[in-house]
Design a protein around this ligand. Sequence first.
Ligand code: PRP
Ligand code: URA
Length: 211
Amino acid sequence: MIPETVTELKSHPLISRNLAILRDKHSSNSIFRDAVKKLSYFLFYESSRALKTTSISVETPLIETTGIQFNQHIWLCPICRAGLGMLEPGLDLFPDASVGMIGLYRDEETFEPQFYYEKLPASFSETDFCFLIDPMLATGGSIDASLALMIKRGAKNITLLTLISAPEGLKLLTHKYPDVRIVTTSIDERLNNNNYILPGLGDAGDRFFNT
Ligand code: PRP
Ligand code: URA
């Protein structure tokens, strides 16, 4: 049973087609990058329904009408490296956003997150709308550590965007952070013995950056 705070988008044909491209080991790096970008637009589209807005008046060349403006400041917080692949679509849609970088990698023996860089604000404002972005939610360790840091810095309103999520990591995060919204393109089957997601797509950072 998926908690209410989790949204999975894979039933849409545009999403499932791009997921197929992303998973395919024959997809070149540029095709992989392109699918990451397209899927990220869909994630931002769906998750930004929760943004608070206010009504404004707009003059068309013909008449006065109404429109909206965002009422919250947007933070885009990618977990480097792989999360950087989802940043450009976010900046495209939210050109006034601030970017908070989180640099960490998962130790491949202990699976513990290892921080190597961080550039988040000393204190988020209460009304900030924060996107935490990382294509892969496997054990959940990397995102857990990142959420803990963001919450320590005062982030109140956090939406996590992921491309592929493992049920194991999702379970951890939904129990620990019931207020964090999670939007993912796919909840996959399970983790393998090396904590890689099955069916998954392999190593997201390596495929995106051609390493
Ligand atoms: C990947 C991915 C997540 C993490 C997920 O990054 O982008 O950050 O693994 O695994 P977890 O849920 O078990 O913590 P990785 O550590 O490979 O670093 P990279 O982005 O620099 O390649
Ligand atoms: N990180 C990845 O890039 N892929 C996985 O399947 C798990 C962690």
